[in-house]
Design a protein. Structure first.
Length: 221
């Protein structure tokens, strides 16, 4: 991948890629560009996917994996590492300490039963990180995206992909971008698919790509 090599050689500052059909590029159909670049940079499982809007961003702790496998990844070190990377990015590039709200994994956080991921992993991790960042939770995912609740956070972190992306895209549509953290360079892309069904129909919305360019210029200005 030429752009990856150029980034490592410090000849360019990062990558903006347009939407890519995973079936045409990757042998592993369960990985996207986020995971591909993480593997290329030997930071797989440390990378962070941020779907960014200036009013609110969301982060899925796990990305393109089957839902039945999500709970296997919810470990203290895994969650802690991603929250630290997220916090550092906001401070370094966006010049603010983010207010981070972390969701639970289970419906209603499984009422905080002792064998739940909330009790065993999520709450202890939040307590530990509270000493060094503005993080709170776990919040139940069925109410956190209510209008009044959104005012409390800069970032909402969920345990799996659609837990945060579905409500986020309902709120912001094309007004968002996908940013990969944890790489030795910044990678940005529009937060939507390839739109192969509208090719040559003059229906494509360029808003997310324009936001990518503006964001890239902002953090590299």
């Amino acid at each position: 991948m030429v752009s990856h090599s150029l980034c490592l050689q410090k000849k360019i500052k990062g990558i903006i890629n347009c939407p890519i059909n995973k079936k045409n590029l990757f042998k592993n159909k369960n990985q996207g560009v986020t995971e591909f670049l993480a593997k290329k940079n030997k930071v797989f499982n440390s990378e962070v996917m941020v779907i960014y809007n200036k009013n609110l961003s969301v982060v899925p702790i796990t990305t393109h994996i089957k839902l039945k496998n999500v709970s296997k990844f919810i470990k203290k070190d895994f969650l802690s590492k991603k929250l630290i990377t997220l916090n550092k990015f906001f401070i370094k590039y966006l010049k603010k300490t983010p207010k981070i709200g972390v969701l639970g994994l289970n419906p209603h956080n499984l009422e905080l039963k002792k064998n739940s991921e909330e009790i065993k992993v999520i709450i202890p991790t939040i307590k530990l990180l509270k000493k060094s960042m503005k993080v709170s939770g776990p919040y139940p995912s069925d109410t956190v995206f209510l209008k009044d609740n959104l005012k409390k956070f800069d970032v909402i972190v969920g345990m799996y992909h659609d837990q945060v992306l579905s409500p986020f895209k309902t709120l912001y549509n094309f007004n968002a971008i996908n940013v990969t953290l944890g790489l030795p360079y910044i990678r940005v892309s529009p937060d939507h698919g390839t739109g192969e069904d509208i090719i040559k129909k003059n229906l494509a919305n360029p808003k997310s790509l324009v936001q990518c360019i503006k964001f890239f210029n902002k953090i590299n200005g």
